[in-house]
Design a protein around this ligand. Structure first.
Ligand code: IPE
Ligand code: IPE
Ligand code: MG
Length: 234
């Protein structure tokens, strides 16, 4: 169990996010095609989701496919979509076995109809569950902000405030982001949760996503509880 140091961070970790990076390199290190890393990475996702729920974290957000990832070779994009299809089948089958509420964030409407149907079915079937899991698919933070502004224009707003934008984001039903984790060693946000990360703690690890496990999740959570969050105060 995580030891919480009462002298440092008194804020509870309610919302964690992960940039799940490093699948390709993990596979290449093993002389395997990049798709093999994605397949293994999907298994890791299940382990990490369960570990976050174990820690009583209310919401966990995972970057699965960015608006920029369409630039990848068709073979890799197709493999990712097929993996998603299989993953959705598994989640739908297991929906009654856990207390997880799935929400897909990003513009999923451009995905194949069969994928969209499964996504909407999973969101609906899990909507009364406790732990929120946001899966970012065809997600980009800049397009999320544009989407939020357009929603507000449709509402008839001539001027907006921070609360208007907050409630128009895909993550409006999740608590404020507390901790943003990026695996795979890169030190950037790659168009992920730019607004939401305004006061999040950032945690970068060289661990490649498929190597994440309960212990490495615990290390990130422990690091969070050692931080001093000041939010501009003293
Ligand atoms: C992240 O792993 C998964 C997706 C972006 C879908 P990568 O595929 O980016 O793996 P690396 O960074 O090339 O190792
Ligand atoms: C970010 O990883 C996107 C996801 C993890 C889904 P990338 O591998 O696409 O990011 P860059 O290209 O290194 O910035
Ligand atoms: Mg990458």
């Amino acid at each position: 169990m995580i030891k919480i140091d009462a002298n440092t961070n008194s804020t509870k970790l309610r919302h964690i996010a992960f940039i799940m990076d490093g699948n390709g390199r993990w596979a290449e290190k093993r002389g395997m095609p990049r798709e093999y890393g994605h397949k293994y990475g999907a298994k890791t996702l299940k382990t990490v989701i369960e570990r976050c729920a174990f820690h009583g974290i209310e919401a966990a957000t995972f970057y699965a496919f960015s608006t920029e990832n369409w630039k990848r070779p068709k073979k890799e994009v197709d493999a990712l979509m097929n993996l998603l299809d299989d993953y959705l089948d598994r989640l739908l089958k297991d929906v009654d076995q856990n207390d997880i509420r799935y929400k897909f964030i990003g513009d999923v409407s451009v995905l194949k109809d069969t994928l969209c149907d499964k996504i909407y079915m999973l969101e609906d079937k899990s909507k009364e569950k406790k732990h929120i899991v946001n899966i970012a698919l065809n997600y980009g933070s800049k397009s999320e902000l544009v989407m939020a502004c357009n929603k507000l224009i449709v509402e008839g707003k001539k001027q907006v405030c921070e609360e208007d934008i907050e409630r128009s984001l895909y993550t409006s039903e999740s608590p404020s982001l507390d901790l943003l984790v990026r695996t795979g060693g890169e030190l950037r946000l790659s168009n992920f949760l730019l607004w939401q990360a305004a006061y999040a703690e950032l945690y970068f690890t060289d661990v490649l996503w498929p190597d994440m496990d309960e212990k490495t999740v615990d290390l990130a959570v422990e690091a969070f509880y050692k931080r001093k969050r000041r939010f501009g105060s003293v």
